[in-house]
Design a protein around this ligand. Structure first.
Ligand SMILES: NC(=O)C1=CN([C@@H]2O[C@H](COP(=O)(O)OP(=O)(O)OC[C@H]3O[C@@H](n4cnc5c(N)ncnc54)[C@H](OP(=O)(O)O)[C@@H]3O)[C@@H](O)[C@H]2O)C=CC1
Ligand SMILES: CC(=O)N[C@@H](CCC(=O)OP(=O)(O)O)C(=O)O
Length: 312
C-alpha cells in the first residue's frame, strides 16, 4: 500500500511548493482537501488522522492545534514546517546534514521539525566549525541575511506585489527584525551549539525567491587563529558524502565578484562559500539557498523521504 501524505496548508506558499514537488510521484497517495475547505477543522482532522505522514504548512498556532488534534493517535507521523517545535526536545530537527546521525534520527522519528530558511544557512555555516573546535561556543556570532519576499508567505507576497494593498511595501530592499528578537534566533543558537545568543539581522529584497546568509568572523578570536583554508577544510569534511550542501573550492570563491541570492532558485540545494583574503585575519562565510527549496519545501520532501526510507 502507498503511504498516505496529507499537506495541511497545501494552498499556501510552502504547501503549494511541496504539492508541486510531489506532483509526479506515483509512490505516494496524496490526501487533499479543496481550497475553499482549507480551514474546515473537522475535515482537516479526518485527513490528519488518516495520513501516514502529515506535513504541516501552517502558521505556528495552527500547527500547534494540528498536533493537538493528533494527540493520542500515534500512527500519524508529522513534519512541521512552522517555527513551533524547532527547539522542542521531543522533535527531531529536520536538517539531515546537521551532524553525524541526524539522517537516521529523522528517519526513525515520529515528530520532525523542519528548519527555517535563515537558520538552514546560518546553522549550515556555524555548526561544522563549532563541532570542529574552531568556532568557540561563546564567540559573538552575527548573522546578516537577505531573503526573497516569498519568505513572508501569502501576506508578504500580496504586500510586495499589489500596489493597491493597504499595507503595500514599495521599498526595493528593507531591514526588519530590528528588535533583534526574530523568532529564528533560538533555533540558530540551539542547533548552532552557541552559548551566546547570535545577533540576527534579516532583510527582504524585491525578488520572489532566493536567499543569502552571511556570518562574518575575526579569525584571531577563533580557536588556534585558523586560516581561511582551515575553515574551508572543516566545512568540506563536515559535508563529505552527501549531495545537498556544496562547499565552493577556495580558489573559486576567490574569483567570485558578486553573489546572487537567486542562484539556486528552484533547487533543493545549498551552496557555501568562505570569502576573505588569506593573511588578513577575517572571513565572511556565506550560504546561498532557495528559501522555498532547502529552506522549506525541499527540506520537507527530503525529510518525508528519509522517514519513508526512500532517500538516497
Ligand atoms: N515561505 C517560506 O519561505 C517559509 C515558510 N515556512 C513556514 O511554513 C509555514 C507556512 O508558511 P507559508 O506557506 O509561507 O504561509 P502562507 O500564508 O503562504 O500559507 C499558509 C496556509 O495555511 C493556511 N492557514 C492559516 N491558518 C490556518 C488554520 N488555522 N487552519 C487551516 N489552514 C490555515 C492559510 O490559509 P489562508 O489563505 O486562509 O490564510 C494558507 O493557505 C509557516 O509556519 C512558515 O513560518 C518555513 C520556512 C520558509
Ligand atoms: C522574509 C520573511 O518574512 N521571512 C520569514 C521567515 C521565513 C521562514 O523561514 O519561515 P519560518 O517562519 O517557518 O521559519 C520571517 O522573517 O518571519
Amino acid at each position: 500500500m502507498k503511504p498516505k501524505i496529507f499537506i495541511d496548508g497545501e494552498h499556501g506558499t510552502t504547501g503549494l511548493q511541496i504539492r508541486t514537488r510531489l506532483g509526479s510521484r506515483d509512490d505516494l497517495d496524496i490526501l487533499s482537501i479543496p481550497e475553499a475547505e482549507r480551514r474546515n477543522k473537522s475535515l482537516r482532522e479526518d485527513m490528519l488522522k488518516a495520513a501516514d505522514i502529515a506535513i504541516l504548512c501552517l502558521p505556528d498556532d495552527a500547527s500547534k492545534e494540528a498536533v493537538t488534534l493528533l494527540e493520542g493517535t500515534n500512527s500519524t507521523r508529522i513534519i512541521d514546517t512552522s517555527t513551533a517545535h524547532r527547539v522542542h526536545a521531543d522533535w527531531a530537527y529536520g536538517f539531515a546534514e546537521l551532524t553525524a546521525g541526524q539522517r537516521d534520527k529523522i528517519a526513525g522519528a515520529r515528530l520532525v521539525a523542519n528548519p527555517g530558511c535563515y537558520p538552514t544557512g546560518a546553522i549550515g555555516l556555524i555548526r561544522p566549525l563549532v563541532e570542529a573546535g574552531l568556532l568557540p561556543a561563546d564567540y559573538p556570532v552575527s548573522v546578516n541575511a537577505v531573503s526573497g519576499y516569498t519568505g513572508g508567505g501569502k501576506q508578504m507576497i500580496a504586500q510586495m506585489e499589489d500596489a493597491a494593498n493597504p499595507e503595500h511595501i514599495a521599498a526595493p530592499h528593507f531591514l526588519y527584525g530590528l528588535t533583534l528578537a526574530h523568532k529564528h534566533v533560538p533555533e540558530m543558537q540551539a542547533h548552532g551549539l552557541l552559548a551566546r545568543r547570535p545577533i540576527f539581522s534579516p532583510s527582504v529584497g524585491r525578488f520572489a525567491q532566493g536567499m543569502i546568509v552571511q556570518v562574518p568572523l575575526h579569525l584571531s578570536d577563533l580557536n588556534g587563529a585558523p586560516l581561511l583554508r582551515d575553515l574551508h577544510d572543516a566545512l568540506v569534511a563536515h559535508y563529505a558524502g552527501q549531495s545537498v550542501v556544496e562547499v565552493v573550492p577556495l580558489a573559486d570563491s576567490a574569483a567570485v565578484a558578486r553573489v546572487d541570492p537567486t542562484a539556486l532558485n528552484d533547487t533543493d540545494r545549498m551552496r557555501l562559500y568562505v570569502f576573505g583574503t588569506e593573511g588578513k585575519g577575517q572571513a565572511n562565510l556565506v550560504a546561498v539557498l532557495d528559501n522555498l527549496g532547502k529552506g522549506a519545501s525541499g527540506a520537507a520532501v527530503q525529510n518525508m523521504d528519509l522517514m519513508l526510507g526512500r532517500a538516497a
